[in-house]
Design a protein around this ligand. Structure first.
Ligand SMILES: Nc1ncnc2c1ncn2[C@@H]1O[C@H](COP(=O)(O)OP(=O)(O)OP(=O)(O)O)[C@@H](O)[C@H]1O
Length: 234
């Protein structure tokens, strides 16, 4: 599904953070989002996911308006979202986390079984509280929570921040597979940018709530280019 954002304004209460952002993500591709701290990357994700209201502009998926959808309706319509923080229920077990995410859908049991097949570590940890998981295991649970609804669009907000290389590689591999199967993947990049840029087609760069540049991700792999782009941002 093609996700398109046009002239998006949103923020927190009366504080406008996004000032007319545009963004496109195509199916079967990993689209990266890059920008300095405070650029509005997470705010864009939250607004697309229906966690923040749209003040102006529009969000469409395959031409259908998502501009006014609630977070629940957005999830039900095929958008999976892994927020940067608080992306699991800390005081619930792994299984209960998955149950909570699967409740919006029929065939809850089958969805959990599929998840365990895909992520055996979650089966091993199924009775453990999410707060007691390692960083990589918790992030695996967060991704699994988002995938349980078999989304058509998957939004990942810095999913590998602080993770050991082994977990980073695993997440990168899964996401690559998902994109190859036709999913629209959006990845907010901060750490390990090279690994993700290598498998991504297009990068959108934002700064201070506005579009700054859109370019082939491969261009950012040229020596010094990424640093130069980030340094130019204020
Ligand atoms: N809940 C909130 N209430 C008010 N302002 C907020 C809130 N969350 C974020 N902001 C502000 O919105 C702006 C954009 O923040 P956002 O988290 O979207 O940036 P980001 O590009 O994701 O940054 P980072 O790379 O640091 O995660 C910042 O100035 C931030 O202080």
């Amino acid at each position: 599904m093609k996700l398109e954002v046009k002239g998006l304004h949103s923020g927190y209460g009366k504080v406008t953070i996004l000032h007319g952002m545009n963004f496109i993500a195509e199916p079967g591709e990993i689209t990266c989002i890059l920008g300095p701290n405070g650029a509005g990357k997470s705010t864009l994700m939250k607004t697309i996911a229906g966690h923040l209201p749209v003040d102006r502009g529009e969000i469409t998926i395959d031409g259908k308006s998502f501009t006014k959808l609630s977070a629940l309706a957005t999830t039900r319509s095929g958008v999976g979202y892994v927020p940067q923080e608080n992306n699991t229920f800390a005081e619930m077990t792994v299984r209960d986390n998955l149950l909570a995410s699967a409740l919006n859908f029929a065939d809850t049991g089958a969805r959990i079984d599929n998840t365990y097949e895909r992520f055996p570590i979650l089966k091993e940890r199924s009775t453990q509280l999410a707060s007691t998981l390692s960083g990589g295991e918790r992030q695996t649970l967060a991704v699994a929570n988002a995938l349980i609804g078999a989304p058509k669009v998957l939004m990942l907000d810095e999913p590998t921040a602080g993770l050991a290389p082994i977990f980073v590689d695993r997440i990168v591999d899964w996401v690559c597979e998902l994109a190859q199967s036709g999913m629209t993947v959006i990845w907010v990049v901060e750490q390990n940018p090279e690994k993700i840029l290598k498998i991504s087609r297009t990068t959108w760069m934002f700064d201070a709530g506005r579009n700054r540049e859109t370019l082939p991700s491969a261009d950012l792999l040229e020596p010094g280019r990424l640093e130069e782009m980030l340094l130019q941002a204020h």
